[in-house]
Design a protein around this ligand. Sequence first.
Ligand SMILES: NC(=O)c1ccc[n+]([C@@H]2O[C@H](COP(=O)([O-])OP(=O)(O)OC[C@H]3O[C@@H](n4cnc5c(N)ncnc54)[C@H](O)[C@@H]3O)[C@@H](O)[C@H]2O)c1
Length: 348
Amino acid sequence: MAEPVRIGIIGAGGIANGAHIPGYKAQGAAVEIAACADVNRATAERTAAQHGIRGVYESYDDMLQRERLDAVSICTPNKFHAPAVIAALRAGCHVLCEKPPAITAAEAREMAAEAEKAGRILTFGFMFRFSPEVQAAKRYQTAGALGEIYTGRVTAVRRRGIPAWGVFTSKELQGGGPLIDIGVHMLDAALFVMGYPEPASVSGVTHTRLGNQPPGVAPWGAWKHQDYTVEDVCNALIRFTNGAALLLETSFIANIEPMEEMNVRLSGTKAGVKLFPFSVFREEHGTIVNEQAAWQPSGNNHHREIAHFVQAVRGQVAPLSTPEEAIRLQRIIEAIYRSAEAGRSVDA
Ligand SMILES: NC(=O)c1ccc[n+]([C@@H]2O[C@H](COP(=O)([O-])OP(=O)(O)OC[C@H]3O[C@@H](n4cnc5c(N)ncnc54)[C@H](O)[C@@H]3O)[C@@H](O)[C@H]2O)c1
């Protein structure tokens, strides 16, 4: 049997414990989680004790130097993705970095260049790509069943969904609010199905009106409004060089109807799709019809993502999400924030 893939975890908080470590453990003997590193030593120790991880580090540089790792998962706040990715690639590791890939397009470019130089895999935690719905939409698109996709709507809204934990309300540590945290998931899913078209320009608007006020009803816990430096809401029109356009709507907090909606609707010249629940919209035999999947496989998308990463490290499959796509995605996100700041459309 092949040697187990030796994994290191950088950042041992919520997503590491909730998704990455269980995902690797689900791989059984194919994987050994050899070490974890967290700037908060107590967090690293707690995680290691809970999961039987031998190596415990405060500094990921020490971990990368001392352990012979094949690959790492990067699960730190967004600000530390780029430096951790670059350090891991330089240490010869394959890298699965949580979403968003980075905060800026420049960081994404630097990470991509480093992966190229190191000849290692760099892929990202866009677990929705592994969902049966996104996979189905991609198969329809690849088969030509949608025609040319030229318009769509990307939705990632919460009515009262400001995380009261972690650093999700810090512009400095996360790079922004709902756009870079949850909007990025649905935007990536839409772009993936569309074939990642080249962005041309964006017009973005952000508002911070409620998150910086003392919390009223807070189903996700009372956040620290004094430290709230990200947007509540972001709307954007994204234009692509192929003429296609997407409307994006994302929020942590807004006075809207659904408590939460994560979805993508895309319309092509032959048919349209909605991701959740997976639906196809078209005209057939003189009738306007909606079709829905009668069955979709169940399962955990994080586990699917981790299983795919391990297979990619073994050279059995190609990574699903690439550094080149990450650059396009970060260009769009950065341009939306720039446009909102400038109060006008900007090139992406
Ligand atoms: N794919 C998803 O659905 C999903 C869900 C949640 C979070 N995330 C992403 O995962 C990342 C982490 O989020 P989280 O919810 O786990 O946050 P978290 O705050 O629970 O955990 C982050 C951990 O990183 C540690 N850390 C900070 N700086 C570090 C550094 N320089 N080196 C090592 N460790 C460091 C912190 O001490 C903390 O334990 C974010 O990028 C977030 O966007 C993805």
